[in-house]
Design a binder for this molecule. Sequence first.
Ligand code: NAP
Length: 244
Amino acid sequence: MSLLAGKTALVTGGTRGIGRAIVDHFVAEGALVFFTYAGSADKAAEIEVLHGGQARSFQADAASFDRAHEVVEAIVEAAGALHIVVNNAGITRDNLLLRMTEAQWDEVLAANLKSVFNYTKAATKVMMRQRAGAFVNISSVVGLGGNAGQANYAASKAGIIGFTKSVARELGSRNIRANVVAPGFIATEMTAALPEAELQKWLQDVPLGRAGTGADVAQACAFLASDRASYITGQVLLVDGGMG
Ligand code: NAP
């Protein structure tokens, strides 16, 4: 049987990169997938058509607390359940600390960390009623080791780890699990923006000798979201080719 057959999943930021790969992989594994996006309405419509009813989208700024609750309510109304939430939406606004603006700090913390609170909080009541649920939150190796020029991003990604471990402890008795996937260097539009020299510097530190793909991350997410991981919670799984 498919890994996620019978499950309803929500993926934030599902139109591009890692989130898109997660949507595709979860559908292939039998899940009904709802996904959000910030602005890529055309891409979202394409994905819906491609998956013929197994993937449905919402335009929703992940930083909005109220919108997160509306999205979760709409999913429960449509599907009657919500078993899996993958908090994937994220942005970078890189700058050295000396030059980092307050707006760059606030935007990254809102899109990357507050968003995880928003969707976890909105889905928790539903999962408590079901007495089952799984959160998979996308952090980064940068959240563990830091990175010059990314103090805002690293803080948001480290925050996700502390948040997830706390949720795992709070909700474990309700059969709700919460885990983190920390990708290393994954080839997406986010990393395509890096200068070639920086890219080569990153790749030198990868024992497997290549950048990861969205599918590499999606497979780890599917495992942690599935019943095969039923005794795993509060963990951080690095999907980084061995660089961590
Ligand atoms: P990406 O290619 O830039 O795609 C980002 C996705 O998130 C898009 O679907 C985008 O929607 C959506 N999004 C952005 N801001 C949003 C917001 N405020 N509300 C709702 N959706 C929003 O990024 P990626 O490389 O796939 O990264 C995905 C996640 O993995 C992020 O959390 C990132 O920090 C993490 N990560 C990435 C890497 C890497 O090497 N790429 C490594 C470690 C961790 P639109 O298309 O509408 O803009």
